[in-house]
Design a protein around this ligand. Structure first.
Ligand code: FES
Length: 157
């Protein structure tokens, strides 16, 4: 319920007028990185608009996300074998390439970066897993190509 209160605080900066709908949603998105169902209901109640209207605005704008994770979750293995073979540098390379930190999602909702425990492919260390796809023996020079591949993959679906 802590979230609940903070959404109220964000909304409190706006007069109760439907024309502030988009701005309020953007503020909540900026704070939480996504719009929960509960937060959208709060917005509807506060601004006096229907929940379906809030939902349609939230789904129309690409910068707004209803889910906390990106479409592709990039998991960099931080297990011992991967760590010893340079996983921390891979994390940095992904952070630099996407402009996000570990645990964050890109603004377009495309990618989320996570570090995870051993994914069970130590022979291929260091390992990066993007959704179900496993990239083994990764070097920092491979990161841009991997991201490019995943972007194209998404576009082609
Ligand atoms: S430590 Fe990375 S796959 Fe096992």
């Amino acid at each position: 319920m802590g979230d609940h209160k903070e959404v109220q605080e964000i909304l409190g900066a706006y007069p109760r007028d439907p024309r502030h709908l988009l701005a309020a949603l953007q503020d909540i998105q900026a704070e939480y990185k996504y719009l929960s169902i509960e937060s959208m209901k709060e917005v509807a109640r506060y601004l006096g608009v229907s929940e379906s209207q809030v939902f349609s605005v939230a789904t129309f704008y690409k910068a707004l996300s209803l889910v906390p994770l990106g479409k592709k979750v990039i998991k960099v293995c931080a297990g011992t074998a991967c760590h010893l073979r340079g996983a921390p540098r891979l994390v940095e390379a992904v952070e630099d390439a996407l402009g996000i930190r570990d645990g964050e999602t890109t603004e377009d909702g495309q990618f989320t970066l996570q570090t995870v425990n051993c994914v069970g492919a130590c022979a291929m260390a260091p390992v990066v897993v993007v959704n179900e796809r496993v990239y083994g023996k990764m070097g920092i020079a491979d990161i841009p190509g991997m991201i490019e591949t995943e972007r194209k993959d998404e576009a082609g679906e």
